[in-house]
Write a protein that binds this ligand. Structure first.
Ligand code: ZN
Length: 391
């Protein structure tokens, strides 16, 4: 008898699509995200200002931040039905793959990276994490991060800085996140500014996701639904797993190479994952976050978790989507190896543009410094060394 793991990628997808239905997905997503729309409304209290979330009746992938070209400030986050389905199927596939590892299937791959997988009754899932809960959380974390990313484009008003293909400032902004046809739509300065604002939106989104998970855990503990109110390694594993899934999804939509230069509207997904992981590590290791949310992980432990999650997600990517293993290795190397001249050039480009933009954004997004991108010591050092070498 043929089992799920023997099915082709197409058949797996058909099987998964039969598990979910659109009305339920939309209702759940609306219930989950309306709280955050309400929260963001604090920034739209002026006359003629509004923010809303709409669902796009389209079965393909689409997520968009829209700043409408009207008098006043009218912002909208649009997410397609197909995005909900894709994220649900991805969460299902990653959970099923991770929980199904019973023997040494991954051991060889792990050994290549000098790691030993921790197997338990649910495969590679963190101890105590039930598969159904894992799937649910991977899905909602990914969905919430995409929402926060779009909202961040709007809250930081990136429309003021991004240029269209003809080099003009846009009076209205429409950033579509999945379009492969847009890969080479802009280049040079316009592309560099677009990449910086994408990374800035990623940064705000990961920070907002972290805080939202920490607070919802605290509320759940108060209601007796979870035994411990503090964030732990399982929470970090789930954030990393959802982020790896989202960035591998972006890569599936647009598998362009990285050569140190900004091209098109979005940075390479592996570079985005690397920046997001570093931003997350920076935040959870900060004394303020540790004190407030009771998590105590050092950089080495976070790095180990990220490594383990990426090997798992990369292996699932190869099997589930029938991809060339070299793609996962190259993607992984782009995240993990930090010694290339191309990366130093890219860091320098991003950092120099962001220093100016950050100052400007602060003037119309006051008292939100913690949501505005900061670079860790590693990126700062590499960018500075690159600038010195060019003098
Ligand atoms: Zn974006």
């Amino acid at each position: 008898m043929t089992g799920y793991s023997d099915l082709s990628a197409d058949k797996k997808r058909k099987f998964e699509e039969a598990i979910f239905d659109y009305p339920t997905l939309i209702e759940q997503a609306q219930n989950h995200l309306e709280f955050f729309i309400g929260f963001n409304k604090d920034h739209y209290r002026g006359e003629n200002e509004s923010i809303k979330l709409t669902w796009y009746e389209y079965n393909g992938l689409y997520a968009e931040a829209v700043a409408l070209n009207l008098p006043g400030k009218h912002h909208e986050v649009r997410i397609s039905y197909g995005t909900l389905m894709e994220l649900s199927c991805d969460a299902h596939a990653l959970t099923r793959f991770s929980a199904g590892i019973r023997s040494g299937e991954l051991a060889d791959l792990y050994k290549q990276f000098g790691k030993t997988p921790n197997l338990n009754c649910h495969g590679i899932l963190p101890e105590g994490l039930e598969p159904a809960k894992c799937q649910q959380r991977l899905y909602f974390h990914a969905l919430e991060w995409i929402f926060h990313h779009e909202a961040a484009h709007l809250l930081q008003n990136h429309a003021l800085y991004r240029l269209d293909g003809n080099g003009h400032t846009q009076s209205s902004l429409s950033v579509a996140e999945f379009g492969s046809e847009e890969a080479n739509s802009i280049s040079g300065y316009a592309s560099e500014i677009s990449h910086v604002t994408e990374l800035a939106a990623d940064y705000e989104a990961i920070y907002r996701l972290l805080i939202s998970i920490a607070i919802s855990k605290r509320l759940a503990a108060k209601d007796g639904l979870v035994p411990d109110q503090n964030m732990n390694e399982t929470d970090i594993w789930l954030i990393l797993g959802s982020m790896a899934s989202v960035f591998l999804l972006f890569y599936r939509c647009n598998p362009s190479p990285f050569n140190g230069k900004a091209l098109g509207k979005h940075p390479h997904p592996a570079i985005r994952f690397q920046f997001a992981m570093r931003a997350m590590a920076r935040q959870i290791m900060s004394p303020a976050f540790k004190n407030e949310f009771g998590i105590d992980l050092d950089e080495q432990r976070i790095g180990w978790l990220a490594h383990q999650v990426f090997i798992t997600c990369g292996s699932n990517f190869i099997q589930r989507y029938e991809r060339d293993p070299n793609e996962a290795v190259e993607f992984g190397n782009l995240i993990l190896l930090d010694d290339s001249i191309e990366k130093a050039e890219y860091y320098h480009c991003i950092k120099s543009h962001w220093e100016r933009l950050r100052r400007e954004i602060k003037t119309h997004y006051p008292d939100q410094d913690f949501f505005l991108m900061e670079f860790d010591e590693g990126i700062t050092k590499r960018a500075t060394a690159y600038a010195e070498s060019k003098k």
